[in-house]
Design a protein around this ligand. Structure first.
Ligand code: NAP
Length: 322
């Protein structure tokens, strides 16, 4: 089969397309014919070799994938050949950037017919993280005001859709006009440009000066101190993304009796993970969740996909189509 192989940690150029042996499903595992693989920022951190997850070399990247069950290993009864599935991105896998991938059966979930494989590849890490941030750590309640700081990317779109279905009032940010239009189309009540001077004043004005109840933050090293300024008394900030150190005035936490917390999807408990994908499955079924695919690229363009996912101007997910 064709697969992307990484033989040394490094830049995007270490992602090479090779002919490799098709893996086989062992006990408790499933062989999936990959329809699409999601490209996550974490894939680039892992490829660079300085992330907490460091696979033995060589390896095939890609934890998020959707496709069709090709074969099941011993002991797998919940799935059969031909079933449409997506991976939750948390379990062990032989790698989604390939024509076939082996996944643990318990980390695969049914993909409804109306959701394409490209959309299915946008579900695992982004929607799992969004659910974990919004529901488990953020304790979002209907009627609250939510700031999705970075709403145009894979996780942000998922947070907006989940929050809209749960009755929150949503302010989402993006860095381009196309991103802002996308954020509005996904259900945000207001969309603001996080590159425009003074947009924080608009957040304050939209809450009548009271501040937002909850922030889901995609770039904490840039925004965390300002998020605290925008927070209502008793508000919560859930950090999802961070790419460097930052300085905050802790007095702002004290005066608001605020909570600053974070999520790490790869460390989620089995019960929180099961809850997240039960909820996501319900949203796919009732039509409130509709993953947005911004770019579909062939497997050979994996290096370009890793460059693109780290650039600004997100419009939903980037996926690879084997
Ligand atoms: P993505 O699809 O590349 O989206 C990145 C988002 O960040 C875009 O909406 C982008 O907006 C926004 N952004 C850029 N500059 C910003 C700024 N100054 N302020 C606020 N937002 C800004 O990535 P993703 O998959 O959604 O992931 C988002 C972040 O969360 C990444 O850092 C990723 O590593 C992290 N993450 C963490 C977990 C976890 O378990 N903690 C799980 C998944 C992802 P524009 O492009 O429109 O400017």
């Amino acid at each position: 089969m064709r697969a992307i192989v990484v033989r040394a940690f490094g830049g995007p150029e270490v992602l090479t397309l090779e002919e490799t042996a098709t893996p086989t499903a062992g006990p408790g595992q499933v062989l999936v014919r990959v329809g699409a693989a999601g490209v996550n920022p974490a894939d680039t951190y892992i490829r660079g070799g300085s992330y907490a997850i460091k696979p033995p070399l060589p390896y095939t990247p890609g934890r998020d994938l959707a496709g069709t069950v090709e074969a099941v290993g011993d002991g797998v009864t919940a799935l059969k050949a031909g079933d449409r599935v997506y991976a939750d991105g948390v379990g062990e896998t032989s790698g989604g950037y390939a024509e076939f991938a082996v996944c643990e059966a318990r980390h695969l979930h049914r993909l409804p017919d109306r959701i394409s494989f490209a959309q299915g590849a946008a579900l695992g890490v982004p929607y799992g993280t969004a659910w974990h941030a919004l529901v488990n750590r953020g304790a979002a309640r209907a009627g609250e005001t939510l700031l999705v700081h970075g709403a145009s990317g894979g996780v942000g779109v998922a947070v907006v859709q989940l929050a809209r279905a749960r009755g929150l009032r949503i302010i989402g940010t993006a860095g381009t006009d196309a991103g802002l239009a996308l954020v509005r189309a996904q259900g945000a009540h207001h969309a603001l440009n996080h590159r425009a001077a003074g947009y924080e004043e608009e957040v304050r004005a939209l809450t009548g000066g009271a501040g937002v109840d909850l922030v889901v933050e995609m770039l904490a090293n840039v925004n965390l101190d300002r998020d605290l300024d925008l927070l209502a008394r008793g508000g919560r900030i859930v950090v999802v993304g961070n790419r460097g150190r930052t300085e905050i005035d802790a007095r702002k936490i004290m005066s608001r009796e605020a909570v600053v917390t974070g999520v790490m999807i790869f460390g989620i408990s089995p019960s929180d993970l099961a809850g997240a994908h039960a909820g996501i499955g319900a949203g796919l079924e009732n039509g409130t969740l509709n993953p947005v695919v911004g770019r579909e690229l062939p497997l050979a363009d994996a290096p370009a996909s890793h460059v693109a996912v780290m650039e600004s101007g997100a419009q939903g997910k980037i996926v690879l189509m084997p």
